[in-house]
Design a protein around this ligand. Structure first.
Ligand SMILES: [Zn+2]
Length: 392
């Protein structure tokens, strides 16, 4: 009986630490009074928990603000030197590793190009551990964990299924943990990017945002802010059908969104048009950037982008009608490359194809995190573990 009571008290204590630490992480700096208002905990509890968090080196003071007639209130924030986290983006054209402090400020980044899109898990583990070694070289301080964003699904048993990499049931977290001797957390790259855009980017403040990850493939994360943190789920939006009997898709079906607005699909569309010229750039990323530059003047490149904008707008209109998001964020490396050029066409198509009473509530915006967003999002995974454990 006594031990049962003890465990309950300890659970409650950890829950309170987790709530205040998360609140300070996502919305800090904040005063004790603001923490009382946001958490619903008593001021005595907030005071006690904050003292513990300061004593444990997790929270520090960040100046003070004056209050009308009263004494100045001390602002509190999560300390960046709690430890380091690494985020790894296993992309289709590159592997990027970033080192971040605990508040997710970037410390170091490396990018390795991937020439072959179907990589053995062992080779990706070797590249990822080389990346971890390179970004943490010379850094003193605890490595709290490694997060990895992969272009595929991570099942509850932790196994990764990523058809575009040729992976089926790969125990990637365990493989990388064995080499790096650090805790490893793996999740879908659209979901990790979505988390980063919601915490630090264009999704901030949205109630229900859809973060579209645009690359060779197309993914989407649906992120909702419950007021107590952001939860997100992924969808295979890229393989929703927008044209019966349409263009063949690499998933084996036809008429998928990805077969029209994926980076390679857009480039192929241009190549089939009259007047198309060969590209001088190498690689999908370089070629897409060259295509966007050519689209500045009327011609086949501009026509190919108009076509992509219309299909992307149809895909987004379907999301609007299904899910009524208040914000849609176009992100990922191809979203970044295409963004400014296609955004007006995408918005016009969304207006044309979505139900008018639904679309009025939805903003379509460009992501603000740029290409490092997936690695940054992956780095949120170990941070979430530490926050939800109340810092222990
Ligand atoms: Zn498909």
């Amino acid at each position: 009986m006594a031990s049962g009571t003890k465990r309950t008290t300890r659970d409650l204590r950890r829950q309170n630490r987790a709530a205040l630490l998360s609140q300070l992480f996502l919305n800090g700096p904040a005063s004790r009074l603001e923490l009382v208002q946001a958490s619903g905990l008593s001021s005595a509890t907030v005071s006690n928990v904050v003292s513990d968090l300061i004593g444990d080196g997790l929270v520090g003071e960040a100046g003070s603000v004056g209050s009308d007639g009263g004494r100045p209130r001390t602002l509190l924030r999560v300390r960046p030197d709690v430890g380091y986290v690494v985020g790894i983006d296993v992309g289709e054209t590159h592997l990027r590793a970033g080192l971040f402090d605990f508040t997710l400020a970037a410390v170091a980044t490396v990018t390795y190009p991937i020439a072959d899109t179907r990589l053995d898990p062992e080779r990706v583990v070797a590249l990822a551990s080389a990346g971890v070694k390179e970004v943490t070289a010379g850094v003193t301080g605890e490595l709290l964990g490694i997060g990895v964003g992969v272009p595929g699904a991570v099942k509850p048993d932790g196994l990764v299924h990523a058809p575009t990499l040729g992976w089926s049931g790969v125990a990637f977290a365990g493989m990388l943990a064995a080499v790096t001797q650090a805790p490893v957390h793996v999740d879908n790259c659209a979901r990790t990017l979505g988390q980063a855009e919601m915490w630090l980017g264009a999704g901030r403040g949205a109630e229900r945002a859809i973060i579209a990850l645009m690359g060779v493939g197309i993914g989407a994360a649906v992120a909702a802010d419950s007021g107590r943190g952001v939860t997100s789920t992924t969808s295979e939006w890229g393989h929703t059908i927008i044209q019966a009997g349409g263009a063949p898709c690499r998933c084996g079906s036809r008429g998928c969104l990805e077969a029209y607005v994926g980076a390679e699909a857009i480039i192929d569309d241009y190549r089939r048009r009259a007047g198309a010229q060969p590209f001088t750039a190498d690689g999908t990323e370089g070629v897409l950037a060259e295509l966007v530059a050519r689209a500045a003047t009327p011609g086949p490149a501009a026509d190919a982008l108009d076509n992509a904008a219309e299909y992307l707008g149809i895909g987004i209109a379907n999301l609007v009608n299904l899910l009524a998001p208040d914000r849609i964020v176009l992100s990922g490396w191809a979203g970044e490359t295409l963004g400014v050029a296609i955004l007006p066409g995408v918005r016009a198509a969304v207006d044309r194809f979505a139900l008018s009473y639904m679309v009025g509530k939805t903003e379509v915006e460009l992501g603000t995190l740029g290409p490092p967003g997936v690695a940054l999002g992956a780095a949120t995974l170990p941070v979430v573990e530490v926050l939800s454990a109340g810092g222990r």
